[in-house]
Every structure is written in C-alpha cells, then in structure tokens.
Design a protein around this ligand. Structure first.
Ligand code: AMP
Length: 284
C-alpha cells in the first residue's frame, strides 16, 4: 500500500490529529520532489525513528531567485510517489502553490548572519524563502522530528538557528550526503546535466576533497586552501566556479585561519545548471 496523499492543509491536519492522538512520533522530511536516493535516506532515517513519516513535495516559488530556474526545475510526481512507497512513507503532502500561498504573505522569517555568505550572497532572498516555507510546513505538520540533508549544509544551519530563535518544538536531524559512485552529490538538478556536463560535475567534490586533505595536513591558511582547491577545477568553458570557501560549521561565518573543524562549501555552474556541495574538514 502506498502513502496517503493530501493536497490541502485541513485534510492533512485531520490525519495528523488522529496519528498524534494515537501517540505516534511524527517524523517529517520536506522536499521539492524529483526524489532520489538522497531524499530516500531522509525517509529511511525518519522511518527508523518515528511511528508516522510525512514527506512534503512542494516546489517553493519564493526560494527561487531566477524565474527560469523555477520553470526548469524537474518534476516527476509519479516516480516520487513510488520512491515514498518504497521507503514506507505514511503520508505525502503535495500542496498546490495556491494552497501554500492563497494570498501574498505579509510576514516572513528574517534570516541573518548564518544566511549572509555562500548561497545567501549568491542567491539574494533564497534563505528568506526557505526559512519562511519551512516555518509554514513546521506549523502545518507539527512534527516531533524534521529531517534535512547535510548536502544543503547552510540551509540546515539556517533551519537549526530559526528553530532555536523561535522555540519551535522540533528536533532537527541532519542526514549525511548521499553520492553517486564518482562522488557527485545526488541532486534533483543532476537530471538536467548533459553527458559532457555530467562528466565535469564531480570536479566540485574533488576540489572540496582537496581542501579537506589540506586541512587534515595541518595547513591553516584558508585563502591558500581555497585557492589550491579551486585550481583543481578543470579549465573548461562549460564549468564556472561561483564560490569555494571555508566556514564555521555552526555560524557559517568565513574562516581566515583554521583552528578546528570547518566546512568547505562550494558552488559551480556546469552549463546552465548550478550545483552545490560541501565537506566537513577536520585538522589533523
Ligand atoms: P530538495 O528537494 O533539493 O529541496 O531537498 C530536500 C531535502 O533533501 C533537503 O533537506 C536536502 O538537503 C536533502 N537532500 C537533497 N539531496 C541530498 C543528498 N544527496 N543527500 C542527502 N540529503 C539530500
């Protein structure tokens, strides 16, 4: 039997009230669909820890800084349901845009320093949109635990900070990044890569691994590390580096001299597709 699918907030709430009254621990994984093994790992973890597993599938327009990126975002609704069924998900919440935004929002979550660098700088308004929709989804589902991928490490840090700042009663659980055999972090956007682009894409992870190795070797000069890591990227007109930086794992502030664990985070464009990845680096 597949998951129960709800498109409206009131219908979902009725089902959740029943589950809550029955004493089920509710686990929740928000997604934008085009589901892959990375999303599935969130479901598997939630399934192991919770009595009721809810997955949302909603391509949130307010977190896209480019209309073209939103229009081209992959959508595979039938396959998504099969993935959820294969991981024994109980409930899928798949609202239309009008259900989530029946009127323009007047209120939003204001994000701060955690969202200021990396993707926050590259994509103005992105984390405000993410934080606001995650806040709405947490209010709608009211889960005991919410599962997010470390693949989007800055997003995870922004959500953790928001949950602390607003005293949201939910445990935020980070789940390790799932990768393809050649190291490329799984992403819905990978579907958009042509064969040549797909061959170039793992270079980002390799560059981040270079940074990880330098930190492990005891090198502390962040500028030297990021310069060397960036220089590993193949010179190819289809590949453009957007950023590669070392940041503090909790605050996401840039690190100048490495003195403890850091996150090496990078974004590249391959053709018209933007890819991000990150690696936790620990000094040797
Ligand atoms: P998205 O559908 O891209 O918004 O992602 C939904 C959730 O799945 C987010 O918490 C992501 O961090 C997580 N996720 C996406 N890709 C991966 C991956 N390769 N490994 C682990 N989690 C992932």
């Amino acid at each position: 039997m597949g998951p129960r699918v709800f498109q409206t907030i009131p219908a979902l709430r009725v089902a959740l009230v029943e589950a809550r009254q029955a004493g089920a621990r509710i686990g929740f994984a928000p997604t934008m669909g085009a589901l892959h093994e990375g999303h599935a790992s969130l479901m598997t973890r939630a399934r192991a820890e919770c009595g009721l597993v809810v997955v949302s599938i909603f391509v949130n327009p307010t977190q896209f800084d480019k209309p073209d990126d939103l229009a081209r975002y992959p959508r595979t609704p039938e396959r998504d349901l099969a993935v959820c069924a294969s991981r024994d998900v109980d409930i899928v919440f798949a609202p239309a845009v009008e259900e989530m935004y029946p009127r323009p929002l007047e209120c939003a979550v204001e994000v701060g320093a955690t969202a200021a660098h990396l993707c926050g700088r590259a994509r103005p308004g992105h984390f405000r949109g993410v934080a606001t929709v995650v806040m709405k989804l947490l209010q709608i589902v009211q889960p005991d635990a919410a599962y997010f991928g470390e693949k989007d490490a800055q997003q995870l840090a922004v959500v953790r900070r928001m949950v602390r700042d607003f005293d949201v009663p939910v445990a935020v659980i980070g789940v390790p990044t799932v990768r393809e055999a050649d190291g490329l972090a799984m992403s819905s956007r990978n579907q958009r890569l042509g064969p040549d682009e797909r061959r170039l894409a793992p270079a980002l992870y390799q560059a981040l691994q270079r940074a990880e190795a330098m930190v492990a070797d005891g090198i502390t000069d962040a500028a030297r590390i990021t310069r060397t890591a960036l220089a590993t990227l193949p010179r190819d007109e289809r590949l453009k580096a957007e950023y590669l930086d070392l940041v503090d794992p909790d605050t996401f502030q840039p690190v100048v001299a490495v003195s403890g664990p850091v996150i090496a985070a990078g974004a590249i464009r391959v053709g018209s597709t933007r890819l991000i990845d990150n690696v936790r680096c620990v000094p040797g």
